[in-house]
Design a protein around this ligand. Structure first.
Ligand code: NAD
Length: 490
């Protein structure tokens, strides 16, 4: 089969070097497709195309309503093609089809949200003392490189492209080398909508050979990155050279705090959803469960019993509740953490291995895994495992819960489960995290800002904040009574 090509300057092109790579189905280990595999030359070609599309009169000067019209059309096409897009993500990244369908619906919603938002008031005017008119306008930043991970291939592409395009930027999007297929389908829809050539470019390749030179490209104005914290650090260094704007959405190790007065059965399910949705390969996963001592045993018993019944399988099976991990290498990484946990003395109460079912042997499946009796000084408590591995700690009171919850370098998400709303509010305000929930876990909304405190990132995506992140702020001062200044005598 012909390798799938990249989308650059409105054309479908091979890698400059002619390189190709195979992408796999993580549920079976079988090859799914071959795709172009680019490097610095492809980054350069795409950034130049995006630069031209931005600098020449065209995209950014179009009225906002016109850019919005194209984004509305893209939202409609994503919706029409949602099932096919969802199946591509399920095949390529392994997530259960019911999760992928949510992602496709959310991706359409994201385009629609920003199409609507960009025509709403964005600027400000000021009452200044000398009778001048002072105002602030928002303008596009310019050319944005957008580098995304493999866990939400379609949705992350939409989160990046929709606000950037709405604001009038041009984009070079790099999907993960493991999961390029839905982004390529999205590029076909972008072409069908009729975005001008060079406004959206989708380049394919891995991090070191393509992502790094892309992030460092001198003609960029902004780098927006979602992925691991170590990669984020290197992207920030690359961006520092040209003082590029950066947005970083990075890793997490988020606490889910359960008080004794919670409604037990729903809370058990929130905890399961928090860690096992996406097989735990979710940046905001509730990967640390903090239980109030007086209910810890009872809660853990229910959690283990219900988690042991989670149905693993290929994501295309409608009854699958949890899919595989992305690659065999990632499987080894997750399993390595589990071995570490055992060495550190954590108490493995569920999983910690491949599931028994021989039908799953070809895929990268990992059983739902729970460690009880963990401590804050353990590696499995401090580091992001990015797999279906939950670590459990107990606490005596609110103060201890907050202290444990905040005791990592991350600050992406967190949740509090209690029927006492005043307590929930007190505790949530003390969490050093950007995305929080009370009496639930995980729902996200295009309307609300997404991003982290501490080493979980810089900036926010989504909501009005997400549009602002793709704009420069310009002040314009107008002298309403031009005449001599009278400052110089001569
Ligand atoms: P990763 O950092 O390995 O890769 C992410 C992207 O960066 C990929 O496209 C990759 O090719 C590219 N990349 C890798 N090295 C690069 C380099 N040196 N320069 C430029 N680009 C490079 O992350 P991953 O394994 O794909 O995804 C998992 C990570 O993503 C987890 O840490 C997770 O927490 C994080 N994540 C965060 C969010 C969020 O919103 N905060 C969302 C999803 C995933």
């Amino acid at each position: 089969m012909e390798p799938r090509r990249m989308y650059v300057d409105g054309k479908w092109v091979e890698a400059v070097s002619g390189g190709v790579r195979t992408v796999y189905n993580p549920a079976s280990g079988e090859p799914l497709a071959t795709v172009a595999d680019g490097d610095a030359l492809d980054a350069d070609r795409a950034v130049r195309a995006a630069r031209r599309a931005f600098d020449e009169p065209g995209w950014s000067d179009r009225p906002a309503a016109e850019r919005a019209r194209l984004l509305f059309k893209l939202a409609d096409l994503i919706e029409e093609q949602a099932e096919g897009l969802a199946r591509l993500d399920t095949l390529n990244c392994g997530k259960p089809i019911r999760e992928a369908r949510y992602d496709a619906a959310d991706a359409a919603g994201c385009c629609r949200y920003y199409a609507g938002l960009v025509t709403k008031p964005l600027g400000q005017t000021y009452a200044v003392p000398d009778g001048s008119v002072a105002m602030v306008v928002r303008e596009p930043i310019g050319v944005a490189a957008q580098i995304i991970p493999w866990n939400y291939p379609l949705l992350m592409a939409a989160w990046k492209l929709a606000p950037a395009l709405a604001a009038g930027n041009t984009c070079v999007l790099k999907p993960s080398e493991h999961t390029p297929l839905s982004a390529l389908r999205l590029a076909e829809l972008i072409e069908e909508v009729g975005f001008p050539p060079g406004v959206v470019n989708i380049v394919l390749g891995d991090g070191p050979r393509l992502g790094a030179p892309l992030a460092a490209h001198p003609q960029l104005d902004k780098v927006a990155f979602t992925g691991g914290t170590a990669t984020g650090r290197s992207i920030m260094k690359a961006a520092a050279e040209g003082i590029k704007k950066v947005s970083l959405e990075l890793g997490g190790k988020s606490p889910n705090i359960v008080f004794a007065d919670c409604d037990l059965e729903p809370t058990v399910e929130y905890a399961m959803f928090g860690i096992f949705a996406g097989s735990g390969q979710v940046c905001s996963a509730g990967s640390r469960l903090l239980l109030e001592e007086s209910i810890a045993d009872r809660f853990l018993d229910r959690l283990v019993a219900r988690s042991s019944r989670i149905k693993l399988g290929p994501g295309l099976n409608e009854d699958t509740e949890m899919g595989p991990l992305i690659t065999p290498q990632h499987w080894n990484r997750v399993d390595g953490y589990v071995r570490w946990g055992l060495e550190e003395g954590a108490d493995l109460v569920l999983g910690g291995q491949r599931p028994d079912d021989p039908a799953l042997a070809g895929g990268n499946f990992y059983a739902p895994t729970i460690f009880a009796r963990t401590r804050s000084d353990m590696k499995v408590v401090q580091e992001e495992i990015f797999g279906p591995v939950l670590v459990v700690q107990t606490f005596k009171d609110e103060d201890e819960a907050v202290r444990l919850a905040n005791d990592t370098v991350y600050g992406l998400a967190g949740a509090v489960q209690t029927t006492d709303l005043a307590k929930a509010h007190r505790v949530i305000r003390r969490l050093r995290a950007g995305i929080t929930w009370i009496n639930t876990y995980h729902p996200t909304y295009n309307e609300a800002p997404w991003g982290g405190y501490k080493q979980s990132g810089i900036g926010r995506e989504l909501g009005t904040f997400g549009l602002e992140a793709y704009t420069e702020i310009k002040q314009i001062n107008i002298n309403m009574t031009p005449g001599p200044l009278g400052w110089y005598a001569g």
